[in-house]
Write a protein that binds this ligand. Structure first.
Ligand code: SAH
Length: 227
């Protein structure tokens, strides 16, 4: 998978993609994330990418021209499955959506800033709009990183243990069971005995039960969705 991220603040994304799982995915050639500075596509002598809103009001708007130029430039190099705009009013990001999108090959993700992007960008250049939740952040960089992470960790071979993404919360409509590691007892706090039993079937059954109970307690809405 290749993800091209368009942003006015590229440095915000540097560290995230250069650490841990995402770095390994890049090193293994399973995923590539390329961050582009929209200012490189500005024709303004101060490299501006925003302007005052028509009709007045507070806040700046990201102009159509640099975004259009950046997208045309990228599309000249390869075909893209989707051109995504991160936006609070987009389709809510969920595990099923991430699962569906994780097999795509080439994506462009546009990060907004200020009041957002000129509506003509959304009408003519964007193929999909995704929100990471019902709250507003100051820019699309964190949302773009969230989406990229959610997709890249699903690519086969990215996580060390191939099955580990499948046992995460939401994959089966349930939240994940609790996990423990050494020591067996710390400060008088004990690990559930069943996990030390070595009895695979009983462990699986316990984990499933815990998932069910936790889902009922914490996220009962998930159970309605599957039934
Ligand atoms: N005026 C807009 C918010 C702009 S916030 C509105 O009320 O809808 C600036 C940018 O941050 C947006 O263009 C978007 O790219 C990003 N952003 C903020 N919150 C987001 C969210 N919940 N999901 C995805 N992107 C978000």
């Amino acid at each position: 998978m290749r993800i091209d991220i368009l942003t006015a603040l590229p440095r915000l994304l540097d560290s995230y993609f250069n650490e841990s799982i995402l770095l390994r995915a890049r090193q293994k050639g399973l995923a590539e994330v390329v961050v582009h500075d929209l200012r490189d596509f500005s024709e303004d002598k101060h490299r501006r990418v925003d302007d005052y809103p028509f009709g007045g009001g507070a806040g700046m708007v990201m102009a159509v021209a640099p975004i259009h130029k950046a997208i045309v430039h990228l599309k000249g190099q390869r075909e893209y499955d989707e051109v995504i705009y991160m936006s609070p009013d987009g389709e809510p990001l969920s595990q099923p959506l991430a699962n569906r999108m994780s097999s795509l090959r080439n994506l462009i993700i546009l990060c907004g800033h200020y009041k957002g992007v000129d509506e003509r960008v959304r009408e003519h250049l964007i193929t999909r709009e995704i929100s990471i939740g019902d709250y507003v952040l100051s820019g699309g960089e964190l949302p773009a990183a969230v989406l990229s992470d959610a997709l890249i960790r699903l690519i086969p071979g990215v996580l060390g243990d191939e099955t580990s993404a499948l046992s995460d919360s939401f994959q089966d409509g349930l939240v994940a069971p609790p996990v423990y590691t050494r020591p067996e007892e710390y400060n008088g706090w004990k690990v559930p005995q069943v996990l030390l039993s070595g009895h695979e079937a009983r462990i699986q059954e316990w984990r499933h039960q815990q998932s069910m109970e936790r889902t009922r307690d914490r996220r009962p809405g998930l159970l309605d969705e599957v039934s």
